[in-house]
Design a protein around this ligand. Structure first.
Ligand code: DAH
Length: 339
């Protein structure tokens, strides 16, 4: 019996050493120490021994059991360490791999230009306001002194929703909306999208943007208009930039003018950029027509004002020296990223 015990022990140790997984190790444990395991069986057969032999043999069994249990513990912790190492090795993160690039958005040249214009006018005490893109014919034309059959309406052919509603052709209707509110004095700019039924080319698009300006107060004169726009252009294109006011006609201003600025490329000497003239046309403006003031409920005897309208794309194209307006609408990030 002693010999049998010795065999069990040897075999157990051998099997433990050969187990290469925790599952196999458990199988060995069950086969030897379990309820029907070999050691349990031999313990039960102790009754075959003489009573005086039993205590010594019992002690021996306990020793063997303790020894096997210890070996089992050792094998288990060795296997656990090995499995952990393997898992860590498989799950290793290669910190030298190139990181995934984050695509960060970029402001559109129009937006950059608009924010620059807003910054300049806010600095002069203006408020930025907005009006609807789908506008009443009344605001877009009638209230701006462009009656139903006025030829100026042809120049700004647009998309009609019905007889009374149009996609606005200009930001000028926002002037009327602000004046109708009746809060005086007024000092606002109104940027926004406008529409005209134009063919697409390098300088035209059926949808583009304008920035409207309106100042109404007592004693506003053409001198205020000139000073304001001269300062605006100097801030936008550099301190040496000069302005020239050319007489023009707009139905909603009297007198009206178009403003040219000295070419920022050649300084006015004449170059390819300004087509040799030294001047670049930049905006339209004038003193708000008394009829327009009256229609919006402002007394032209007491108040006067000036207005101007500038194309946002025109500023973006000039400022960033882009020679084709279509580039602004293609959303090609390779183009947009440059600004
Ligand atoms: N609305 C005009 C246009 O689209 C631009 C303009 C000219 C606006 C003179 C004005 C102005 O406010 O006074 O051509």
């Amino acid at each position: 019996m002693k010999e049998k015990l010795q065999n069990i022990k040897n075999e157990a140790i051998q099997k433990l050493n050969a187990s290469d997984s925790l599952t196999k190790l458990n199988d060995v444990r069950v086969a030897i120490l379990g309820k029907k395991g070999e050691l349990t069986t031999i313990m039960k057969s102790m009754k075959e021994l003489l009573p005086e032999e039993r205590p010594a043999f019992g002690q021996l069994i306990n020793e063997v059991r303790a020894e096997i249990e210890q070996k089992l513990e050792e094998a288990k912790s060795a296997l656990e360490t090995k499995e952990l190492e393997l898992r860590l090795k498989n799950e290793v993160i290669d910190v030298t791999l190139p990181a995934q690039k984050n695509m960060v958005g970029h402001r559109h040249p129009n937006t950059i230009a608009l924010e620059e214009v807003e910054r300049i006018f806010i600095g002069m005490g203006y408020e930025v306001v907005e009006g609807p893109e789908v506008e009443l014919d009344y605001y877009n034309f009638e209230a701006l002194n462009i009656p139903a059959n006025h030829p100026a309406k042809d120049e700004q052919d647009t998309f009609y929703i019905n007889n009374d509603i149009v996609l606005r052709t200009q930001t000028s209707p926002v002037q009327v909306r602000v004046m109708e509110e009746g809060k005086l004095p007024i000092r606002v700019i109104a940027p926004g999208r406008v529409f005209r039924s134009d063919e697409v080319d390098a300088t035209h698009s059926p949808s583009f943007h304008q920035i409207e300006g309106l100042v109404i107060d007592k004693y506003i004169t053409f001198a205020d208009l000139k000073g304001t726009l001269a300062e605006f252009v100097r801030e936008l294109f550099g301190a040496d930039t000069k302005v020239k006011f050319r007489p023009h006609h707009f139905p909603f201003t009297e007198p009206s003018a178009e403003v040219d600025m000295s070419c920022f490329k050649c300084g006015g000497k004449g170059c390819r950029f300004c087509k040799g003239s030294g001047w670049i046309e930049i905006l339209g403006c004038g003193m708000v027509h008394p009829k327009v003031l009256k229609m919006s409920g402002i007394d032209p005897e007491e108040y006067s004002g000036f207005a101007f309208g500038v194309g946002l794309e025109r500023i973006a194209l000039l400022k960033y020296e882009i020679d084709d307006m279509r580039l602004l609408y293609e959303n090609d990030s390779r183009f947009l990223k440059q600004f």
